[in-house]
Design a protein around this ligand. Structure first.
Ligand SMILES: N[C@H](CCC[C@H](N)C(=O)O)C(=O)O
Length: 312
């Protein structure tokens, strides 16, 4: 194991948790191996080692061993607003072009380092404006314009995939920075026969790897519990099986935007905003007819320490 110790900090956004590394201060030779080792839920980074007991669990998200990915970040303060270059390496070693919750964590991490509240985040899906609220307990990120265009999802066909059967689920395919399949189910999290009763680890992988998705897809279950026709925004319960994590995460930001975009496309909700309720906490999403979607939700720092650069 390498003696070189990499400084890191652990953050999460509604339970979607990330190891954050300053890319300008680290010498991780093999980022995929680093992510595979330290994100492992059984043997990866352990908060107990870093006196994290006090920091984890306060918002209902139990501090869990491992992570949903490693964010390698580079801050460029010479710009106004401050720019942060973001790279997400996922637990399977793959690099994701965008991560909604990860970008919200980036805004909070950059605030903790610079005191700024507005940022431009350079992702592989494009540059995204981000901000933290006054006490930095929540962050908002621009998410680009969701697209159902088969060339951009991408799909191995020429027509959009809207509310059609794919490997046992009826799905709508949309790209919100990464490819998503959204399947609406009956019954929210409070319904014993609803979304919580589905064996996601069984039904998701066939869709995740379906031939119609040449780059794979994240798989979301969604249940509309309030269509927004009364007071207040629509409310949609959500669960996500994430590509690159290859399992269910406590929340998924690009997935939350995908769910609201699909709900609007299928005319399941009124208005252009909604609250998504993944297990890890509530996310506020707006998906206007044109222009950037937005994603807002809580962010928290769990603990920090150092990890071996080469974990083998
Ligand atoms: N697993 C996703 C990337 C991370 C998305 C998720 N963590 C989010 O908050 O958007 C993919 O490979 O397509």
């Amino acid at each position: 194991m390498s003696a070189y110790a990499v400084p890191f900090e652990k953050y999460h956004g509604t339970g979607n948790d990330f190891i954050v590394v300053d890319a300008d201060a680290e010498a991780v030779g093999d980022r995929a191996a680093f992510a595979r080792a330290h994100c492992d839920r059984e043997t990866g980074v352990d908060g107990e080692t870093f006196d994290a007991a006090a920091a984890s669990g306060a918002d209902g998200n139990p501090g869990r061993r491992g992570a949903d990915g490693v964010l390698f970040l580079s801050v460029e303060e010479r710009f106004d607003p401050t720019r942060v270059v973001m790279t997400l390496v996922q637990p399977d070693g793959s690099t994701a072009t965008m991560c909604g919750n990860g970008a919200r964590v980036v805004a909070r991490w950059a605030h903790d380092r610079t005191g700024d509240r507005e940022f431009m985040i350079d992702t592989q899906a494009g540059t995204r404006r981000a901000s933290v609220n006054a006490d930095a307990t929540a962050a908002t990120i621009e998410m680009g314009e969701p697209t159902f265009d088969p060339r951009w999802v991408p799909l191995a066909r020429d027509e959009p995939l809207i509310d059609e059967p794919v490997e046992g689920l009826t799905v709508t395919a949309v790209n919100t920075g990464v490819p998503h399949a959204v399947a609406f189910v009956d019954g929210g999290r409070d319904d014993p026969d609803g979304i919580g009763a589905v064996d996601l680890d069984a039904v998701a992988p066939p869709v995740r790897h379906a031939e119609v998705f040449p780059e794979g897809a994240n798989v979301n279950l969604a249940a509309v519990v309030d269509d927004g026709s009364g007071d207040g925004p629509a409310v949609i319960d959500q669960r996500t099986f994430e590509r690159g994590v290859e399992g269910e995460t406590r929340s998924c930001g690009t997935g939350a935007v995908a769910v609201v975009a699909a709900a609007r496309r299928l005319d399941l909700i009124d208005g252009d905003s909604a609250v998504s309720r993944p297990p890890g906490g509530d996310l506020e999403i707006s998906v206007p007819d044109r222009g950037h979607a937005t994603l807002t939700g809580p962010v928290a720092r769990e603990y920090g320490g150092t990890l071996p650069a080469d974990p083998r």
